[in-house]
Ligand binder design. Structure first.
Ligand code: ZN
Length: 163
């Protein structure tokens, strides 16, 4: 399992519903949590590791590791907050993104158990960011076009000088 980065067409595609939560899916979830730890990230979604299925995982400080399969965002707060985001698929690039300050989500875990979660703060942000990946949307897509072009240019420049 490897993180794919900006420019890969898979990041722009919609992920497919998971029909059955079996050992294979549980294994994918475990591997995704492993890669999250390795990369010191707070969330990773299936498409970021080339798996076009509706699954993502989160692990933020002071919270447990969480797996979300076939998630639905049930509610989003009217109040929004602006905060700097990054993405394992766009290393080195950070930008302010405005998102609802709290959400309610329903999903299944890797054991096939359904759950509903109300989240605020960083967890809400990470969930919305990862959910976007399932829709083929990157955090940069929330950034005004001019600013986005500059960031992509910066990213490509930085990538170009790497050996
Ligand atoms: Zn991301």
């Amino acid at each position: 399992m490897q993180i794919i980065t900006l420019g890969d067409e898979l990041l722009k595609q919609k992920a497919e519903k998971i029909e059955k939560i079996d050992d294979e899916i549980a294994n994918i979830a475990r591997q995704m949590l492993g890669i999250l730890k390795l990369e010191k990230g707070v969330g990773v979604a299936g498409p970021q590791v080339g798996i076009m299925k509706r699954i993502f995982v989160t692990h933020i400080e002071n919270d447990e590791e969480r797996v979300y399969i076939n998630p639905s965002i049930l509610e989003t707060a009217h109040n929004t907050v602006k905060y700097e985001e990054g993405c394992l698929s766009v290393p080195g690039i950070y930008a302010n993104v405005t998102r609802p300050e709290s959400i309610k989500i329903q999903a299944w875990n890797e054991k096939g158990r359904p759950f509903t979660l109300e989240a605020g703060g960083l967890l809400a942000r990470v969930i919305l960011h990862e959910y976007d990946h399932l829709e083929g949307v990157l955090f940069l897509d929330h950034v005004p076009e001019k600013k986005r072009e500059k960031l992509v240019e910066k990213y490509e420049k930085a990538k170009g000088v790497k050996p």
